[in-house]
Design a protein around this ligand. Structure first.
Ligand code: PMP
Length: 405
């Protein structure tokens, strides 16, 4: 491994503690990651040194906060290689980014009878906003299915696209299966048929080097809290010509140019979509998280997570009665599984007693659960600060728990 795991772990104060008198093993990174001291310090620094309401500022503190806030926008632009800063919209998370896009894209481009293709492996937050849009407009949601290995049936996509299809929405990485979807291939197909593509990057942004121009996606969304940054901050990237044609999502301060009772004009991008006081300190600290992640190197982090994934998978498949959902080669550090005869919830609560944090349940992906005919799974998800020793502790604890049933 080419980065210093011990040193990296020391950056994360929360990982140093014991849970039930055992060292914490944090394997719930797909739900939210932990934050390094550098991000915590950036939050503290903002509040102690230069906190003020951003933009429209005539005083020192607000001016400094505005500069720091806008610096993060530039860091995000560089991180995902967006063409311009106007295309980086701050939201409170992936969920809000999707709702924004579904509302505003929907208002501008979706008519009665239009179709939106949504994959079967989506998180609820990338299904429901499109269903709401379909309900409002009398449009139709069409499902792109997955196979038994947890792979999208891309070969069916061509047939699913009709002359009424306006948008395909798909996750870059599945939060349940870990499957990395072939976004470039899907985009190519979509664009060749005049269809737009929205990508939910919530599970990708901390683990893959994202290049929105290379992927050629029309929209891309992600959350800071899954990238070692603060919660309550997210990003929506969009193609400029689309964002310009889309109406505002929310009305309020900052998103306007001029307000009159006879009519209001809207601010330019990205402010048109950033109504009200945003999460100022959170966005500034997100800048520190991006610096931190880039300092480690996303690729290096991903390589280590890949090693952890292979190591854990090799141990888990030896456990009798254990089934892993999502067995694609192109896979991120997420393992969802069930053990015959033991309820996933019991496994999760018993593992917690060993100091091990995993997630159990439907993972906000009911359609995918239905596909596999299950109610839920246990999910272990890795970050670069996890170790093989932690996986050993987890697998041994899991075996002990299973033997109790
Ligand atoms: N999409 C996926 C694939 C996710 O994993 C999540 C978070 N679990 C979301 C969307 C929603 O993200 P957030 O809760 O940060 O808005």
């Amino acid at each position: 491994m080419s980065f210093d795991l011990k040193k990296r772990r020391e950056d994360f104060p929360i990982l140093q503690q014991k849970i039930y008198n055992r060292p914490l093993v944090y394997f719930d990174n797909a739900a939210t990651t932990q934050r390094p001291q550098q991000v915590i310090d950036a939050l503290t620094k903002t509040y102690t040194e230069y906190y003020g309401n951003i933009h429209r500022a005539a005083h020192f503190l607000a001016d400094k906060a505005t500069i720091a806030y806008e610096e993060t926008r530039e860091k995000v632009r560089l991180l995902i290689n967006a063409e311009t800063r106007e295309q980086i919209i701050f939201t409170k998370g992936t969920t809000e980014s999707i709702n924004l896009a579904a509302f505003s894209f929907g208002e501008a481009f979706i008519q009665e009878g239009d179709e939106i293709i949504v994959s079967e492996m989506e998180h609820h937050s990338n299904i429901v906003p499109w269903q709401l849009l379909a309900g409002r407009k009398g449009a139709k949601i069409v499902m792109l299915p997955v196979d038994e290995e947890g792979r999208l049936k891309i070969e069916q996509l061509e047939k699913l696209i009709t002359d009424r299809t306006k948008l395909i929405t798909v996750t870059h990485v599945s939060n349940v299966l870990g499957t990395i979807n072939p976004i470039r291939q899907i985009t190519h197909l979509a664009h060749s048929r005049g269809v737009r593509i929205f990508v939910d990057g919530a599970q990708a942004a901390a683990h893959l080097q994202i290049d929105v121009q290379d992927l050629d996606v029309d929209f891309y969304a992600f959350s800071a809290h899954k990238m070692y940054g603060p919660n309550g901050v997210g990003v929506l990237y969009g193609k400029k010509e689309l964002l310009e044609q889309m109406p505002p999502y929310q009305g309020g301060g900052e998103m306007i140019s001029e307000v009159k009772f006879s009519g209001t004009t809207y601010n330019e991008l990205p402010y048109k979509f950033e109504a009200g006081t945003p999460n100022i300190s959170g966005v500034i600290a997100f800048g520190a998280a991006i610096d931190y992640l880039e300092n480690i190197g996303i690729e290096k982090a991903a390589n280590w997570e890949g090693e952890l994934l292979n190591y854990a998978t090799a141990l888990l498949i030896q456990i009798p009665g254990l089934r892993i959902y999502g067995t694609q080669v192109e896979k991120s550090g997420v393992i969802s599984f069930n053990v015959e005869g033991v309820h996933f919830f019991d496994l999760g609560t018993m593992l917690d007693k060993f100091g091990i944090a995993v997630r159990t349940g439907h993972h906000c992906a009911d359609p995918l659960m239905d596909h596999f005919g299950i109610q839920g799974t246990v999910r272990a998800s890795f970050a670069f600060y996890n170790s093989k020793e932690e996986i050993d502790v987890f697998v041994e604890a899991l075996k002990k728990v299973i033997s109790m049933f």
